[in-house]
Design a protein around this ligand. Structure first.
Ligand SMILES: [Zn+2]
Length: 192
């Protein structure tokens, strides 16, 4: 009986501490995004942190003689719906599973890249090795991007998207559709 009482007592003492920690953690997580609800605008520009890291990526790739071209930045809801229709109700191949509002491109959090060859022609050939270091230029760019904090669509097992780079700031598409946006601290120029 004494043992049982001791266990009970220690739980009574530990529980408030655990609850306090959980609340603190929750508040910390909440700081990472702002909730704009129904008024949340659809971004017409890249998120500043994505923009900054995109530019760093271009510089880093240039330093190893890879000419990266950003082919898609932010995409409007209408543009996304048109793209979704492609291969379904309009001609062409299916290129996306995301309807308008379901892509990180709709929130300024994703970019697509390609590589400009020495002759000026843009290629989507993931084997191309223009800088002659026996490594795929495409994968070299993906590695640089991942080091900068991007998620690479080429790592998606079910529907790989080799041109796609995104930063989700811990937000799901569902949360974005519900008006949540990544917090941004202008002073540190970092996602909070
Ligand atoms: Zn993309």
């Amino acid at each position: 009986m004494k043992r049982l009482r001791n266990i009970l007592l220690s739980w009574i003492m530990v529980t408030p501490v655990l609850i306090t920690l959980m609340i603190a953690y929750n508040n910390k997580m909440d700081e990472r995004y702002i909730d704009l609800g129904d008024d949340a605008p659809i971004s017409s520009e890249l998120h500043p942190v994505v923009e900054k890291n995109k530019n760093i990526l271009l510089e880093q790739a240039d330093a190893i003689n890879i000419d990266v071209v950003i082919t898609v930045g932010t995409r409007s809801i209408d543009e996304q719906n048109e793209l979704y229709a492609q291969g379904r109700t309009t001609s062409g191949n299916i290129v996306t599973n995301a309807r308008g509002g379901e892509s990180y491109h709709n929130y300024g959090l994703a970019i697509d890249y390609a590589i400009r060859q020495e002759n000026g022609v843009i290629t989507w050939d993931t084997q191309y090795d223009g800088n002659n270091n026996r490594k795929s230029d495409w994968l070299e760019v993906a590695d640089l991007a991942k080091d900068l904090g991007f998620e690479w669509g080429g790592d998606w097992g079910n529907f790989p998207d080799y041109a796609h780079l995104q930063m989700d700031f811990g937000l799901s598409i569902n949360q974005l559709q519900n008006g949540k946006r990544p917090a941004y601290d202008k002073n540190t120029e970092e996602g909070a």
